[in-house]
Design a protein around this ligand. Structure first.
Ligand SMILES: [Zn+2]
Length: 561
């Protein structure tokens, strides 16, 4: 039995205990008195809830996203919620933070991503989605290495594309062994693109992989697919992943999101791992991978809100596992910090008989279903199956969702709208899209009036960074600078609304999250530049200076505090 398998066996019991704890734990967020570290996940945990302290943020440009275009200059927070939103809100003895004119927006809600996969990566996973050159990769890795003991693995598995790393007139490529050695000579490195490579490594990594018979080129290249990248990823999982490492990874994944302003993640599961080299970056054990996140929650260390969909991909039309899930799991169960949602982003394998049967079962059980569409035609079969299910068990109040939808037609948008459904839109084409592989049709969908929201679909074939997705949605440009989604651009106001206010609907929490209004949970982001006025290219570089979740300071660069 591998170490990985031992961890899984040991923690099955933990799953049950943690599941019970979800319901019992009170997640009353309150104001924390001290700043967290700006470095993602490397500092101490923020203080826990400590009562009804008042926090007042003043002198900002606070875009409330209340649906009426209200911009205020101050807010007061008590017991994890906004209690006053307006102008010159008085301190009344509370702690005051001067925003010095900064732009403030509600906490970003990512309605469809794979943060649980990111949290379970082997090694010290280091996002490269914000690298714009090979030199950037070197700088990011150097900075990471400076905080780690020599010999610790530095890895990046998914979330970026070589298209980002070279100027438009050069051929896209990954960093070489020599370039990685130059940056981090004392740490083994593994950088793997997308679901299954190609990948690259440095001298220390090459020696490790070759000792296991895994082929590595003289330049550090590791071929895509199960023969090389699949074996390398599996070897790292089997060698490095312990439960404590997964917890560290989960903490760092959440902290990375908070540095970008992402305060709520709706996770959409993984392909079920086989423990063989055919597993890629998107494979994990759907029955144990949430445990590190549940453990953080139990310990009061969960800094962002996690929402969980359960992925099912059975080809058997009887869908026995899905049937068991629907009988034995609670939807929308948990608390403000951690909660289950529905079934997704798959309900069955393919869009045939098993899909239709699964749709019927989910409808009968009264759960939310989410599926994804990637092709010119798959949404047709999906929405027709939704209609058939609805004819037997009404789904119009269940908020079923189709995600990604690069090629959905206006007819099917309206057919899904008639079912009470919604669309999750992502800018994942930013990384590797072309004028033929583009979409989604943001403009048409927003104008249709169907419930819609934005998501990243990170962390394999897309970045988590919401500002990259807003860049794509508003400019139609990919990472090579080419306009590929012309005619479907939306405004910055619309893109931000899709990522905040409109995403409350996807969680069935529109009364709690998504805007800065009295009574709502106090999640907000103080931005380091003005989203509404910076030049397009600057959108990509927007970061948080201060992030609050439930009124608690969970990310702080120290600039304002
Ligand atoms: Zn996804």
């Amino acid at each position: 039995m591998s170490a990985d398998q031992r961890t899984h066996r040991l923690t099955r019991r933990g799953l049950l205990q943690a599941g019970a704890a979800v319901g019992a734990a009170a997640a009353a967020g309150v104001v924390a008195g001290t700043a967290a570290t700006p470095a993602y996940g490397t500092g101490p945990n923020p203080p826990g809830p400590d009562g009804g302290e008042r926090l007042v943020l003043r002198k900002g440009r606070i875009h409330t996203m209340d649906g009426r275009g209200t911009v205020v200059d101050s807010v007061a927070i008590e017991n994890g919620r906004f209690v006053e939103v307006g102008r010159n809100v008085p301190p009344r003895g509370g702690r005051v933070i001067d925003l010095r004119g900064r732009t403030v927006v509600p906490g970003i809600i990512d309605n469809h991503n794979h943060i649980v996969l990111m949290g379970n990566r082997p090694g010290h996973h280091t996002p490269l989605e914000n690298a714009y050159s090979i030199a950037d990769v070197q700088a990011i890795y150097r900075e990471r290495a400076a905080k780690l003991p020599a010999g610790a693995w530095i890895t990046t598995i998914g979330g970026f594309h070589r298209n980002q790393l070279v100027p438009p007139d050069e051929t896209p490529r990954l960093p070489t062994l020599a370039e990685l050695d130059e940056a981090v000579p004392n740490h083994p490195v593994y950088i793997s693109e997308g679901f299954s490579g190609p990948s690259t490594t440095n001298s220390l990594g090459k020696a490790f992989f070759e000792s296991l018979g895994i082929p590595v080129g003289a330049d550090g290249s590791i071929a895509a697919g199960s023969g090389a990248t699949g074996r390398a990823t599996l070897a790292l999982r089997q060698t490095l992943l312990t439960f404590e490492e997964r917890k560290r990874g989960a903490r760092e994944a959440i902290a990375y999101g908070l540095s970008l302003g992402v305060t709520t993640h709706l996770d959409q599961g993984a392909f079920q791992a086989s423990g063989t080299p055919s597993d890629g970056a998107a494979h994990e054990d759907n029955y144990t991978m949430h445990l590190p996140f549940l453990a953080l929650h139990r310990d009061g260390e969960l800094r962002a809100r996690i929402r969980i969909n359960f992925l099912h991909m059975e080809s058997d039309p009887q869908t026995p596992e899905l049937a068991a899930r629907l009988r034995n799991q609670f939807p929308n169960f948990g608390d403000d910090m951690l909660r289950t949602v529905g079934i997704g982003e798959f309900i069955a394998q393919g869009t045939g008989a098993a899909f239709a049967a699964a749709a019927l079962r989910v409808a009968q059980a009264g759960w939310r279903a989410e599926v994804h569409s990637l092709t010119q035609t798959d949404f047709i079969a999906e929405i027709q199956a939704f209609e058939a299910a609805n004819a037997q068990f009404p789904i119009t109040d269940l908020r079923w969702v189709v995600a990604h939808v690069p090629f959905i037609t206006e007819e099917y948008v309206h057919r899904l709208k008639a079912l009470g459904g919604g669309l999750s839109l992502t800018g994942w084409r930013y990384l590797a899209g072309t004028p033929a592989q583009n979409g989604p049709p943001f403009r048409m969908i927003v104008d249709s009036g169907i419930p819609a929201g934005m998501s990243s679909d990170g962390m394999q074939i897309a970045p988590m960074n919401p500002w990259l997705h807003m860049y794509y949605a508003t400019t139609g440009r990919n990472a090579r600078g080419e306009v590929i989604n012309d005619g479907q651009q939306i405004t910055r106001e619309e893109a931000l609304r899709l990522y905040t206010r409109d995403n409350g609907w996807f969680l069935r929490e529109e009364d709690q999250l998504g805007s800065i209004e009295e009574g709502k949970l106090a999640d907000l982001v103080v931005l380091d530049r003005d989203y509404f006025t910076v030049p397009d290219e600057q959108l990509k570089h927007i970061r948080s200076e201060l992030t609050l979740v439930g009124g608690r300071i969970v990310y702080d660069t120290g600039v304002l505090t």
